[in-house]
Design a protein around this ligand. Structure first.
Ligand code: ATP
Ligand code: MG
Length: 255
């Protein structure tokens, strides 16, 4: 995932410290002197991999953990603010369930091995709600992750050839997002062009092992026919499937 702040690139044992790996700013040596006269040198050796967490004193590991945790907390707050500015109003109250949290942790811990999610279920069963809850869960991890969200019809509208714009770059920007949410696969009318766009975006993410959330209300057996075999095949391999069942939650939502 993205760097917190530019800092020296070193192999800090974050797992040993029990903080998520990220490119944190390291504490300045003078800020650690109060822990002991040789603490700056010992920490330097730790950052360089010559000392392990076990070699540090409790005061030193506590100090480091808190130093990194403070940065995570600051980013978490920024992330949640940014998320709340972007989430559609309807889904502002969506909160992650346990499955969404587990997925967010997997995505932030190892973005290139985490599965994507294919959320299927009939209309009104909470697919979009689930997806925004999962995006919030990623924001709440405190790691910087850029995300893009589109309904499939809006994605096509956005990528329609546009005069005065580099259309290829527009596609790349979406295909390359740390995290991509495409809602309502199969909702737009299929044409050679729509199939090519979806294929190129999904295939890029497939090849680069980039995580995403994809939803559809098309029954699983009909999905391949609706979105194209090659796209459906890739989604099957790259995604964990979440099946939402039940009645349309919109019915009876108002008295
Ligand atoms: N777990 C939940 N808790 C509270 N409200 C929910 C929950 N899941 C869904 N809702 C609400 O139910 C309604 C339908 O949910 P949502 O829009 O996510 O359905 P959907 O499966 O995406 O439907 P569609 O296939 O038509 O896009 C929304 O008003 C949503 O806010
Ligand atoms: Mg929806």
């Amino acid at each position: 995932m993205h760097a917190h702040q530019p800092g020296p690139r070193r192999r800090v044992d974050f797992a040993g410290l029990k903080v998520p790996a990220a490119n944190y700013a390291l504490p300045s040596p003078s800020a650690t002197l109060h822990l002991g006269p040789d603490t700056p040198d010992r920490l330097d050796a730790f950052y360089a991999g010559r000392l392990t967490v076990a070699d540090l004193s409790t005061a030193e590991t506590d100090f480091l953990r808190e130093h990194f945790q403070t940065q995570l907390d600051a980013v978490r707050e920024q992330n949640i603010d940014a998320f709340e500015r972007r989430v559609p109003r309807r889904y502002a109250a969506a909160r992650p369930d346990a499955a969404a949290r587990d997925w967010a942790d997997a995505v932030t811990a190892a973005p290139h091995t985490a599965p994507s999610l294919l959320v299927l279920g009939p209309t009104g069963t909470g697919k979009t709600h689930f997806a925004y809850g999962a995006l919030r869960a990623v924001a709440e991890t405190g790691l910087r992750v850029s995300w893009q969200a589109f309904t499939e019809p809006d994605l096509f509208a956005h990528l329609r050839p546009t005069a005065g714009r580099d259309d290829e770059q527009a596609l790349q920007d979406i295909a390359n997002a740390d995290l991509l949410f495409i809602d309502d696969l199969g909702a737009a009318k299929l044409s050679d062009w729509t199939e090519e766009i979806t294929y190129r975006v999904i295939n890029y993410r497939y090849e680069q092992c980039l995580p995403g959330i994809y939803t559809s209300n098309i029954p699983p057996k009909e999905l391949a026919a609706a979105i194209g075999n090659r796209i459906a095949s890739r989604l099957t391999e790259m995604c964990d499937r979440i099946a939402l069942k039940g009645d349309d939650l919109r019915k009876g939502a108002r008295p």
